[in-house]
Design a protein. Sequence first.
Length: 485
Amino acid sequence: MRVLFAASEAYPLAKTGGLADVVGSLAAALGELDVETRIIMPGYPSALKHMQRARVKADFGDLFGFGPTTLLAGTMPNSPVGVYLVRNAELFERTGSPYADATGADWPDNARRFTLLCRVAAALATEHSPLNWHPDLVHAHDWQTALVPALLATRRGGRPPTVFSIHNVAFQGIFPASVFPELGLPQSAFSIDGVEFYGNVSLLKAGLAYADRLTTVSPTYAREIQEPRFGMGLDGVFAARSADLTGIVNGIDERLWDPTRDPHIPAHYSVEHLEGKRACKAALQQELGLREEATVPLIAMIGRMTEQKGQDLVLGIAPWLLARGVQLAVLGSGDRALESAFVTLAKDHRGSVATRIGYDEPLAHRLEAGADLFLMPSRFEPCGLNQMYSQRYGTPPIVHAVGGLADTVTDAGAQAIASGQASGFAFTEPTQEALLAAIMRTLTLLRNAQTWQRIQAAGMRRDFGWHRSAARYRRLYAELGGYRS
């Protein structure tokens, strides 16, 4: 079975968040199930630098009207997964992130940039492909590649079936109607049943309307997005396609996230021998300039700084945490006001709070290993990966019970503790009061060494590997079959 993944990022070639981890890891896991997956993504500077065995496979010239474009082929640096990079110097070879400039402002031509990616990806799935490798199925990820199923569904001639995965419905790729002529779609697609969204173009809606099957990244999130509270204006579309919508929880790469052999942490440890975790905590406190006290609870938080992630709730209860001697270590970037607030909090409470703005993969591993607790108070969370990483590292997470957080964390209630299933702590309302109550409950149990080790052990023994989720995707692909008209 040959599957073409269309995505805007894939770790380790380019990463801004969990999407990259999922695309890279899922492609590799499918390979172990006899699914030959190749990824097509933009030729960002980081991707051009790190892709292995790069060679030019096709020269499109200015075929689509977006400037000189070539296709490079190679492999991932950490797996045999094949990669195609769409190289267009004007659109992709820039400083900044894949989506925004150095100030955090979206690139004004994002519609054009990702339309080019989609049009090349769609071309590779037709009889006009310049390659001798033809996919049996195309799997597009998030709004940046949602146009691919629409381009294939509205063309004449044969095409492979398509799957479209929604990793976060909050990001929809909404642009003025003036971009529509460049999309390569028939005029009939600019309608309520196509890409039109309140007079604008929604690229996400292109995938929802035209893909053969839809998936999202957890069963709970698949239900939630059919409701107004979480559907972000598209709940009616999701509800109408509920029969075609499947929630498959993400996995994690257990080779990269393994405390018994992680090269980024100062000491290794396992569920049977936790001594190394104490050494990791001491080293982390020293690295971040926190008081080096073994008994002080250390809470870590990693992720984009946005209202979605609930960091404002943490800022609201910070005085209570600090008054009780709790330490807080934060890694992330995003909203400038939130960044500034956490930087100020660290300056005002040296030794108790450490803030690092940006993303640092090795530091993320050390935070997971060295913290006592991991905090994810997201208002909504399609799946989330850090709560799985933290359980694997014996760092019980505190989560808001929504989306994938509800699906992957077993709350430490009395019955769950007694049965050995409790792996973290959950609260049900996205309020400061509910978050504070969950932390108070957590700190009480932290003082009971025997109970705490049971909770750690339950999380560390859970199977979060990709093999189960990859098998579900493979079954979905098999249901869709091969080429169809």
